[in-house]
Design a protein. Structure first.
Length: 356
């Protein structure tokens, strides 16, 4: 007989059992079972090491179905996404943070892409966990969230955590307000006083439909200006404008006699850089720029000073919160707001001498 994990000729390996690991290590199967299920703290480090090494050498794979039957749990989280374009952005770092945090808890991840009709259907929502064989939901549904969907999830007490949205409980999001204030403070500390907040994507009339970050970043900027005793200067049209119109508005702003010495931008925009050059300005000598993005972006070979969203940390924090909700389904948890990370590029500096 062969040592370790035997295999039929021409077939895949036969699953190793806990009993076989117990025989190999000379330990009892309850001891092996408790160690491999993460409940072996009562045993010595040497005993645990011996079992883990044997399990690895024998290519032990836990029987998740049997575990689910015993525990009443699937060992799986479902990541719920909308099938509507733009409502469920899933950056790679966010997915990696979720994956790594679940893997550290010996849990799997399944993706569920569903239409609004299902998510607001009273016959479907109560059974969503069983249908997807999941213990809880990570809901990455950032805007235009159907109110009935929120009501049903709460009514049936489904263990759920919302990602990247602002709710009263059970949600994890970036701290966009503090990021807006920190971006303004960065420019103030460099000596700027005429700092504008620029956003032509969302206008005053349609900002109510936008993601919460559109409002929070602006509010943080405004608070930062007021903290310094300065009047905020928000450059935003009545409604969001398309690129050709946006270019004209931006160029007019940059060529005006009272142009700002620094700009806080809702999101990175390569077009802004080109318009700055067209206006005969230099960055950061004549104009400083700060933006927000998932990671530092480079335009014309120059890295932009960026407040980076904590995507990986967001995924890990959501999994941590979800496991707590799974353990206590009836206990709602307070929301968490995670800080951005500042990546200093080459687009910020002191204002021109004439503006100091």
């Amino acid at each position: 007989m062969t040592q370790g994990n035997p295999a039929w000729k021409g077939a895949g390996p036969i699953s190793v059992t806990i009993k076989e690991i117990a025989e190999r290590t000379g330990l009892s199967w309850p001891t092996v079972s408790q160690v491999l299920s993460g409940k072996g703290q009562r045993y010595s480090a040497e005993t645990r090491r011996k079992i883990v090494v044997a399990a690895r050498e024998m290519d032990y794979r836990p029987n998740r179905f049997a575990r689910a039957v015993r525990s009443g749990r699937f060992g799986c989280a479902a990541l719920l996404l909308s099938n509507e374009s733009g409502r469920s952005a899933l950056p790679a770092d966010l997915l990696r943070g979720i994956h790594d945090a679940l893997a550290g808890r010996d849990m799997n991840l399944t993706l569920a892409v569903l239409p609004d009709e299902k998510l607001t259907h009273e016959g479907f929502v109560p059974n969503i966990l069983r249908e997807w064989m999941a213990d809880g939901l990570l809901i990455n549904y950032t805007d235009h969230i159907p109110h009935r969907m929120i009501e049903l999830i709460r009514e049936y007490q489904l263990p759920s955590v919302w990602l990247n949205c602002r709710l009263e409980a059970d949600c994890v999001r970036p701290d966009d307000f503090e990021a807006g204030r920190a971006a303004t403070r960065l420019l103030l500390d460099l000596g700027h006083r005429d700092i504008a907040y620029v956003d032509f994507v969302w206008g005053h009339e349609d900002i109510g439909e936008a993601h919460y970050s559109v409002r929070d970043r602006q509010a943080g900027y405004e608070q930062g200006m007021r903290d310094a005793g300065l009047k905020p200067r928000v450059v935003r049209q009545a409604r969001g404008v398309r690129p050709p119109q946006r270019h004209r508005y931006l160029e007019r702003l940059l060529r005006s006699p009272d142009r700002p010495s620094a700009i806080v931008r809702y999101a990175t925009s390569p077009e802004l850089w080109l318009l700055v050059e067209r206006a005969g300005l230099r960055v950061p000598e004549d104009l400083s720029m700060v933006s927000f993005a998932n990671e530092v972006e480079t335009v014309c070979g120059v890295p932009i000073t960026t407040f980076c969203l904590p995507q990986r940390e967001l995924g890990a924090a959501a999994v941590e919160m979800l496991t707590a909700r799974i353990a206590k389904p009836r206990k709602a948890l307070p929301p968490r707001a995670l800080p951005f990370t500042l990546a200093l590029g080459r687009t910020t500096g002191p204002p021109p001498p004439a503006r100091r």
